[in-house]
Write a protein that binds this ligand. Structure first.
Ligand SMILES: [Zn+2]
Length: 398
């Protein structure tokens, strides 16, 4: 059996047993066997291995878990971004532009975009990524979007209810029927999750509830886009349905925060407790739409489990960089660097209900990042700098 030892780690973030909320160990080593973490401990006691990577005293942390990304699309919306920066508001209406381009693209064009963005994210340390459909919005194009997404990740999400496409603009009830009927039937074999954009101008709470319930009935897990552009019932709907995650959470009432906090459960995980519905914050969207950021402190202080993700998409957040999101969360949302790094690793894993990623403890998938820095603090302290020195995914150096 071939073993790989990552040795001479100055600061190891485990998100397990160790110092502080990140479970930090110093002068550590990690032994990898068959794609899994086999042993974690002091470098001085490291077992023998066939191969060795010398971290040179640098920081090592779990690979990032990006639990919210829209990678299956064609075209870009750089002109819309420029107009927005010149003062036009973001309404979500530009999604239809991408729908037109996506429907016109070949399978190979869509696949090569996903491959390019997946590679871009991996080089920046993302070792687990969720990928949504949502730019096909008809039976054939939603099904093929998910088929292509499934070539790149096991966390695929059916987002046929992204917006009502132009051809159904005056009969949204009919579109909801299509999503719940033939579109879901074609999408479900390729999807693990179902998602709805529950927002004024997209889907109201009754439509969202109906669509998510149909997905649950065929075994898909629930997540949703909620309370991004204004206050609304989306977050409470997510809690009502037992969603793994409600995403955006930019405009929250006290009742929304209380509802999230009420999902707190005891768990065998390192934290001992977390909320079964995670609040996933997507600061790249606020950055790219020049909007107020969500109040992360209010959620954290209420005991809500928070994840950070990129929302990578061509309209409102065209970044694949988790380090960028960490820097934004610290600078703009007043999360501590430790909270932000936890949210981008273990938090993302919670949002995807996975316990095999986001941690570096024995048995976990061997997804590790070696930084070009002595501490995880540098991820926020040195924004925009390529600090990901080496990525190991599934035990394989990339
Ligand atoms: Zn999104």
């Amino acid at each position: 059996m071939s073993a790989l030892l990552v040795d001479n780690i100055g600061e190891l973030v485990t998100n397990g047993v160790g110092e502080g909320p990140l479970g930090i160990r110093r002068s550590a080593a990690v032994l990898i066997e068959e794609g899994r973490v086999a042993w974690v401990g002091p470098a001085a006691y490291a077992p023998a291995a066939d191969r060795r990577i010398d971290a040179g005293g640098a920081a090592v942390l779990p690979g990032f878990v990006d639990s919210h990304a829209h990678l299956v699309f064609a075209g870009d919306r750089a002109a819309e971004f420029a107009a927005r920066m010149a003062g036009e508001p973001y309404t979500g209406g530009g999604i239809r532009t991408t729908v037109g381009a996506t429907r016109a693209a070949t399978d190979e064009e869509l696949r090569s975009t996903v491959r390019r963005l997946r590679g871009e994210a991996l080089r920046q340390g993302t070792t687990t990524i969720e990928i949504k459909s949502g730019y096909g919005l008809n039976v054939a194009d939603e099904a093929r979007s998910l088929r292509i997404a499934a070539e790149f990740t096991e966390d695929t999400t059916f987002l046929g209810a992204h917006v009502v496409p132009a051809e159904y603009a005056d009969r949204p009830d009919d579109y909801v029927g299509l999503v719940c009927g033939p579109m879901l039937a074609a999408a479900a074999p390729h999807a693990k999750w179902i998602d709805v954009f529950c927002e004024r101008g997209a889907f109201d709470v009754d439509h969202a509830r109906a669509i998510l319930a149909c997905g649950q009935a065929v075994g898909l897990g629930v997540r949703l886009h909620a309370n991004q552009l204004g206050p609304g019932p989306g977050v409470r709907l997510g809690v009502e349905l037992g969603a793994a995650s409600v995403d955006h959470c930019t405009h929250l009432s006290d009742a929304d925060v209380d509802a999230l906090a009420s999902t707190r459960i005891d768990c065998m995980c390192h934290e001992g407790q977390h909320t079964s519905t995670v609040a996933t914050l997507l600061p790249g969207a606020e950055f790219s739409t020049r909007s107020p950021y969500p109040d992360a402190r209010r959620l954290l202080d209420a005991g809500v489990t928070v994840a950070l993700a990129t929302d990578c998409n061509p309209g409102s957040s065209y970044t694949s960089s988790m380090p960028f999101c960490i820097a934004l969360a610290v600078r703009e949302m007043r999360m501590t660097p430790a909270e932000a790094v936890w949210a981008a690793t273990a938090g993302g894993a919670r949002a995807l209900r996975r316990d095999d990623v986001g941690v570096l403890t024995p048995g976990a998938r061997a997804d590790l990042l070696v930084l070009d820095a002595p501490s995880y603090l540098h991820l926020a302290y040195r924004p925009g700098v390529p600090l990901i020195h080496q990525v190991i995914r599934n035990g394989v150096p990339q």
